[in-house]
Write a protein that binds this ligand. Structure first.
Ligand SMILES: Nc1ncnc2c1ncn2[C@@H]1O[C@H](COP(=O)(O)OP(=O)(O)O)[C@@H](O)[C@H]1O
Ligand SMILES: [Mg+2]
Length: 374
């Protein structure tokens, strides 16, 4: 599809989570219908879509019926099978392409592809079985083991900070979920991310990088501008743009970086969909990541994602953060986004808030500690 998607057309979104919910709002604003395919119900995205199919992502009949109703398909959820994507692509364009999803789904394929594109990653190797476990000793510590597939929010990760931990874990090496990827644990100065979008016509845009802080493996805060040395923001954006072109991206993609103490950038991982670390764009930019995503898959022009404000994005996670809502609603310059999830289980992303400041007015580290949730 190199034509622009006509108003009133249907965009299919695979996945029923909050990223689908917010993508569907952006699509509706641009005059499109959204059809959500969700394996689970109730689904946050169902509330904001024109139609919803609840069904398995690997059921060929469900996939065919879904695809026949759509003019273009995209996703907010990465764990749909290669076969499922091929089935959909028989009936309808799927953006980003299945080949990109196959790279982002598998940490080995991802690292290999990034290195081929000339992009730096943390030193890594793979463990195919418990027989390989002793080879870790020569790799050096600290290390992180990660499942090659299906990891998110730090799930499926095992840290080996030192030799002693290695010895302990080797007692139960048989029980680990192989294959595993092993990464040197990077002593990073900060984590950054860039959202990059590209159209079928080849137009490409990158948002400003955010600095991202995690807690218990889950994103806690993003701040923009990231407090980085001059030129580094442009460098991160250039890497993201290079990646988007090389990989043939159509749609939006998040690039997660580690910045080391010398100011060098390594790529941690990529996600070919809207990303939690891009939520600040909803209130601090003239166009947000969701509209950029929809425009990209619809073949519409991509405006420069000019940032008019500085921002802190705080995720609202679990019941403790939801209990803060009355005071958050009373706060000035605080945009609240809730995902419509009924039950606030611990660790569950319930929503986020964007605190806005005039450009150049982002309060420092000290002030950040005073914002709730902390
Ligand atoms: N090699 C590494 N060195 C240092 N920290 C890491 C490394 N890999 C992951 N982390 C930390 O764990 C977080 C989650 O890991 P990530 O690979 O991004 O998995 P997920 O898919 O769960 O987001 C990262 O944002 C970072 O804070
Ligand atoms: Mg990550």
């Amino acid at each position: 599809m190199t034509q622009t998607l006509a108003p009133g057309s249907t965009i299919g979104i695979i996945g029923g989570g909050q990223l689908g919910r917010m993508s569907a709002v952006a699509a509706a604003q641009l005059g499109y219908r959204v059809h959500i395919l969700s394996a689970a119900s109730p689904a946050p995205a169902a509330d904001t879509a024109a139609s919803v199919t609840v069904g398995a992502y690997d059921d060929p009949h469900i996939l065919e019926a879904f695809a026949r109703d759509c003019d273009v398909i995209t996703f907010e959820f990465e764990n749909i099978s290669a076969d499922g994507l091929k089935k959909l692509a028989e009936f309808c364009p799927v953006y980003p392409a299945g080949s990109i999803l196959e790279i982002s789904q598998d940490r080995v394929a991802e690292k290999t592809a990034l290195e081929r594109m000339g992009l730096a990653v943390a030193p890594w190797t793979t463990l195919h079985s418990a027989d390989d476990f002793p080879t870790l000793q020569s790799f050096g510590f600290p290390l992180i083991l990660k499942t090659t597939r299906f990891g998110y929010d730090g799930k499926g990760q095992f840290r080996i900070p030192h030799e002693e931990a290695f010895q302990q874990l080797s007692q139960r090496a048989q029980d680990l979920p192989y294959p595993l990827i092993v990464e040197r644990q990077i002593d990073f100065a900060r984590e950054l991310s860039v959202m990059v979008a590209r159209t079928p016509q080849g137009a490409v845009r990158a948002f400003d990088p955010s600095e991202n802080r995690h807690r218990d493996g889950i994103l806690r805060v993003s701040m923009v501008p990231a407090p980085i040395m001059p030129g580094l923001a442009e460098k991160a954006q250039q890497m993201a743009i290079h990646l988007a072109k090389k990989i043939g991206l159509i749609g939006i993609l998040g690039v997660e970086f580690f910045q080391d103490h010398h100011g060098d950038l390594l790529i941690n991982e990529i996600a070919p969909r809207p990303h939690n670390s891009g939520h600040w764009t909803m209130d601090a930019c003239v166009i947000d990541q969701f509209e950029m995503h929809i425009r990209a898959v619809a073949g519409l022009p991509l405006p420069e994602p000019r940032r008019h404000s500085d921002a802190f994005m705080h995720n609202l996670i679990g019941p403790d953060d939801i209990a803060l809502l009355p005071e958050l609603f009373a706060e000035e310059n605080c945009a609240i986004h809730l995902y419509g999830k009924a039950e606030a289980r611990p660790g569950r992303k319930m929503g986020h808030v964007n605190r806005l400041f005039p450009r150049g007015g982002l309060p420092g580290e000290q002030a950040l500690a005073n914002f709730r949730p902390t």
